[in-house]
Write a protein that binds this ligand. Structure first.
Ligand SMILES: [Zn+2]
Length: 407
């Protein structure tokens, strides 16, 4: 059985095209093609789906629960106490809600760090998405906790065996929550198993001030910076540290909305990142600090944030769009080309549509996505996702239950 997208506009190509999908891949791009299941692409862009490189998916249950607070108070009095009450079932429905949001706004794969990750993995698999998942490793310098975190990490990696579209990563949370021994262990495990590292780096000035010496040099010495690493935030870095990220081929996940909402103090130094040649991607972070997972919003805010200092040529739309679709999670997608994995979205064009990429980055938002295809399966058709009502009801129940336990 094949899927045929009729008469769509492919970003970067003139004219209207038919695209046939077979066995999870883009089979043929041409004119007047045949296929079994027809999707109307007239008046729509066909784009690779978006890759969100930093999330805590189940935190979708916490959106709107605590906003506009000082960072310390937000974490210590609101987020961490509530997370302490989370159950596996909460994480399952919270992750499903996140997947629903992502499918509806054009994201096909994401890089997630949280707890109860076997439940998160089950939710991702049930929704049909692609993801790289890691257990959030936080030993807080406690030896007993260190052993528990090692066990939880190894158990979770084993749990993922046999899940084709979900890959494991190792998730040392940050330099301020993981001991030197813990960081070293994560580094060795990543190398031995050849799996990615997902870590927060230099999100706040406090993180930098509390550290003796450079955070980046410390992580580099531990062997945690390499081509397998995805580093979220990277705001409080100097040029020498940015050069290390470039030299080690680290992928940076730029999370401008979360950084602005949590008041981290300044924007990431995008110009230096660009000049050094760092691999850049976009992340929404968790919904407690965003409060949605819409990559259109993330892209627009990134693109306009860096122009604020007076250089309107910095982070142009094309570069921003590349950050939205770059296949940093190695899903096999990332382009509308024959042979690529069929992780595709149809987007209703704006009017007028002078420049498709400008339309996507500056004009439209997630509601413009009409159809989402992941691994050759149509997960959203004309904005309808199977099981949506149940997800909304169950997630709402779990979110309200959690918050009521805090009163
Ligand atoms: Zn984060």
């Amino acid at each position: 059985m094949s899927i045929l997208i009729k008469e769509c506009s492919i970003i970067g190509r003139e004219g209207e095209w038919d695209v046939r999908i077979k066995d999870g891949k883009i089979d043929e791009i041409g004119e007047s093609l045949d296929g079994d299941d027809i999707l109307d692409g007239k008046g729509k862009y066909l784009s690779p789906g978006f890759i969100n490189t930093h999330t805590h998916a189940a935190m979708t249950l916490l959106r709107g629960y605590a906003d506009d607070l000082p960072l310390d108070k937000w974490l210590n009095e609101k987020i961490w106490p509530l997370e302490g009450k989370l159950t596996a079932e909460d994480v399952y429905w919270g992750t499903k809600l996140a997947c629903l949001d992502m499918i509806k706004s054009g994201t096909v794969a994401f890089n997630d760090m949280y707890f109860f990750m076997d439940s998160a993995a089950q939710a991702v698999e049930d929704m049909g998405m692609k993801a790289t998942l890691c257990y959030g490793f936080l030993d807080m310098g406690d030896e007993d906790k260190l052993e528990k975190e090692k066990d939880s990490t190894l158990k979770f990696i084993k749990d993922l065996e046999g899940m084709d579209n979900i890959k494991p990563a190792v998730g040392p949370h940050s330099v301020y929550t993981v001991s030197q021994e813990g960081l070293q262990w994560c580094s060795e495990l990543s190398e031995k198993m050849d799996i990615p590292i997902h870590i927060h780096i230099a999100e706040t000035e406090k993180e930098i001030n509390d550290m003796e010496g450079s955070v980046v040099e410390h992580l580099d010495r531990m062997g945690l910076l390499n081509k397998r690493t995805i580093a979220a935030h990277c705001v409080w870095l100097n040029k020498a540290e940015i050069d290390i990220l470039a030299k080690e081929n680290v992928v940076v996940s730029h999370c401008p909305v979360s950084n602005m909402k949590l008041g981290v103090g300044k924007p990431m130094d995008y110009r230096s990142m660009r000049e050094a040649g760092v691999f850049m991607s976009l992340g929404t972070d968790g919904c407690a600090s965003n409060n949605n997972l819409d990559m259109f919003e993330e892209a627009k805010i990134a693109a306009i944030l860096h122009k604020m200092k007076g250089d309107t040529t910095l982070l142009p739309a094309k570069e921003t769009y590349e950050m939205m679709i770059r296949d940093t999670l190695h899903t096999g997608g990332g382009a509308v080309e024959e042979g690529k994995s069929a992780d595709l979205i149809l987007i209703q064009k704006g009017v007028p549509d002078h420049q498709p990429i400008s339309d996507i980055v500056y004009t439209l938002n997630g509601c413009a996505v009409t159809d989402t295809i992941i691994d050759g399966e149509v997960l959203m058709r004309d904005r309808e996702v199977e099981g949506e009502e149940e997800i909304l009801n169950k997630a709402s129940y779990h979110a309200n239950k959690l918050v009521s336990e805090m009163i």
